[in-house]
Write a protein that binds this ligand. Sequence first.
Ligand SMILES: C[S@@+](CC[C@H](N)C(=O)[O-])C[C@H]1O[C@@H](n2cnc3c(N)ncnc32)[C@H](O)[C@@H]1O
Length: 207
Amino acid sequence: MLRRVLGNDEAAMKRVFEAGGADALRILDIACGDCREADALGDAFSEMKAEQSPEGEKPLDIQLTGIDVRAREIADAKRRFGGKREDARTGAKREAEFLTGDASKLDQHKQLGDGTEFDVVFMRHQNYWNGDRTWEEIFDQALNKVDSEGRLVITSYFDKEHQLALDAIQKLGGELIVTERNEESRALKDAPGKSVDRHVAVFRKKD
Ligand SMILES: C[S@@+](CC[C@H](N)C(=O)[O-])C[C@H]1O[C@@H](n2cnc3c(N)ncnc32)[C@H](O)[C@@H]1O
């Protein structure tokens, strides 16, 4: 799904390829929980690059930083996905670090550095419904971390929450490039109307 949505966004793809020529594609995963999306996220970008590159070109390396306020989930993420590894198929290098911290105060998080430095900022299953004020702050901080050519990508569990997040991010200075209903989304048990990655939206920062 992510590959399809981003694949339609030519400027984002160009950015991915440029980053591939530099050190690595820098991805920030905000409110990542135990970050079970870590591998799929890296694969999506590395495979897009591999498919569109001449044979023999350097694979796309990935530098993933995940942050969540829940220390236990971050410990799980570190154990399962942290550190360096190499994709046996593409030869792409991956490095992942996970930080415990409040994403509504990213600018105070020294390990994340100053300014805007991520090619992709990702928020899987953003949680606007459970605290609109906090999530507006998180969205604002997220936009501040997106490079001028980069992309903010969100996914949502349900329609109403997705629409609220789209409205909030646009008010904060995000320009909506595309939003898609994921037809392959898996329904959540005992939660009518909710499903995994039900919607995916891609933003850039307004100039
Ligand atoms: C719906 S879960 C999504 C987790 C993960 N991205 C996933 O898709 O499985 C929302 C996450 O937001 C995190 N969260 C809530 N408030 C936060 C904050 N202020 N800073 C960082 N993370 C926060 C929660 O701890 C939780 O892991």
